[in-house]
Design a binder for this molecule. Structure first.
Ligand code: C5P
Length: 232
């Protein structure tokens, strides 16, 4: 499957969505709604996107008891969500409940370790193994529990692809086209590198939303994706 672009709608209210979508090429078909927008505008934030024929990646990083997460997956399905995130550290039963509730009606993907955490942070919450081992183990647990994929930093994409094979979806944020500002992202890669490493989707926010010409920025990223090849 060729690597696709997901545009992160990191804005505080739903009123801004139509303006952004109109500025971008029609070929941008997948948008991410995260905690900020969803907390402010709830399902209303999804309605415009669905009516405009777009796919929705709802990034709420669910982490609760299995029954609650299963029911939240049901609600997301009812709202027409196409992809949803959960925390892998919610454990096997929670991941299985999510996968079962999803029943292939939407893709559920797991976050392993937040990229804001380092080795010291893991130690303070009692995790003894190395950050890298912990990330790979949680990723494997999520896929074995029936989820469709993982969110991973550009530094982990290749290792996950090698460990888990071609089937899981790998969703990679932290993408910066050559020459654009990194902002607060520390582990970054270009769209071409993400394709080479085996990403299924790249998630891009500021390099598009804050560009002088967002439509052109999105076009350039999609061209780079189409011109790049995965490295076996
Ligand atoms: O603006 P930028 O391209 O950095 O946005 C990336 C998006 O991906 C944001 O919505 C951010 O919350 C999300 N994300 C991330 N790093 C992670 C997980 C999610 O940047 N590890």
């Amino acid at each position: 499957m060729p690597t696709e672009l997901i545009v992160a709608l990191d804005v505080p209210n739903a009123n801004q969505i139509p303006d952004i979508v109109k500025k971008l090429p029609d070929s941008v078909s997948f948008y991410k709604v995260g905690l900020e927008l969803y907390t402010a505008a709830g399902p209303q934030a999804l309605t415009y996107l669905k009516q405009a024929g777009k796919k929705v990646f709802l990034d709420l990083k669910l982490h609760d008891i299995p029954r609650t997460v299963g029911r939240a997956v049901d609600s997301a399905t009812t709202c027409g969500v196409d992809m949803l995130t959960v925390h892998a550290c919610g454990g096997k039963a929670m991941l299985e409940a999510a996968a079962q509730a999803g029943n292939n009606r939407l893709n559920i993907v797991a976050v392993t370790v937040l990229t804001s955490l380092d080795q010291m942070d893991l130690e303070t919450i009692g995790v003894q193994r190395t950050l890298q081992t912990h990330i790979l183990a949680l990723g494997e647990l999520a896929i074995k529990s029936g989820l469709q994929g993982l969110v991973c930093s550009p530094l982990e994409t290749r290792s996950f692809r090698q460990k888990l094979g071609q089937a899981p979806l790998l969703i990679t944020p932290g993408i910066r086209p050559a020459g654009t500002a990194a902002g607060d992202q520390k582990r970054i890669a270009t769209p071409a590198t993400a394709v080479a490493d085996g990403s299924s989707y790249i998630v891009v926010g500021r390099p598009i939303l804050e560009a002088e010409n967002p439509g052109l920025a999105a076009e350039q990223i999609m061209t780079e994706l189409h011109q790049s090849e995965p490295v076996a």
